[in-house]
Design a binder for this molecule. Structure first.
Ligand code: HEM
Length: 138
């Protein structure tokens, strides 16, 4: 039987290192950084690790909010979605994650797109709407 994607990525420690680098990169990426203006970074890292761990077959349970609720009223455009995914791929390359594992992970994230993208537009660098209420620290 093939090992789970979780195991092939290197388990929770490797996933945590990747997620930290992804969030760090996204917060410095002018195309999407404004969306994180009011975000509690420790929370987002913890929740993102749990989600990736769970969907790749690891021993974690995601207890964060669902993707629609989390990203509702954030005004994420399709261009910003693409920028987000590009940042993920850049970090996976930095961590020397193989192409097969990268493709598998991206295929797990792709179905979440309709729950996250609210504006079908190539525009990037759009502001976080003032009405958006960020989640509190855990
Ligand atoms: C497959 C793609 C994505 C996944 C799996 C994902 C996952 C998550 C998770 C698990 C959280 C934390 C939920 C919680 O705190 O309960 C979160 C929050 C957040 N996400 Fe995403 N996300 C994705 C795409 C995006 C995109 C494209 C953007 C913007 C360009 C974005 C911006 C944010 C921001 C700003 C927060 C923090 C919200 C807050 O402070 O309340 N995400 N995301």
């Amino acid at each position: 039987m093939e090992r789970s994607l979780y195991d092939r990525l290197g388990g929770v420690d490797a996933i945590t290192a990747v997620v930290r680098a992804v969030v760090d990169r996204q917060m410095k990426d002018d195309r999407i950084s404004q969306k994180f203006a009011r975000t509690n970074v420790d929370r987002v890292i913890k929740e993102f690790v749990d989600l990736i761990c769970q969907v790749t077959g690891g021993p974690c349970t995601y207890t964060g909010r669902n993707m629609t609720e989390t990203h509702h009223d954030m005004g994420v455009t399709s261009g910003e979605w693409d920028a987000f995914v590009e940042d993920v791929v850049a970090v996976l390359n930095d961590f020397k994650v193989g192409k097969a594992e990268q493709d598998e992970l991206l295929n797990m994230l792709a179905p979440m797109r309709p729950e996250i993208v609210e504006v079908e537009s190539p525009q990037v660098e759009t502001p976080l709407p003032s009405a958006f209420i960020a989640a509190p620290p855990l």
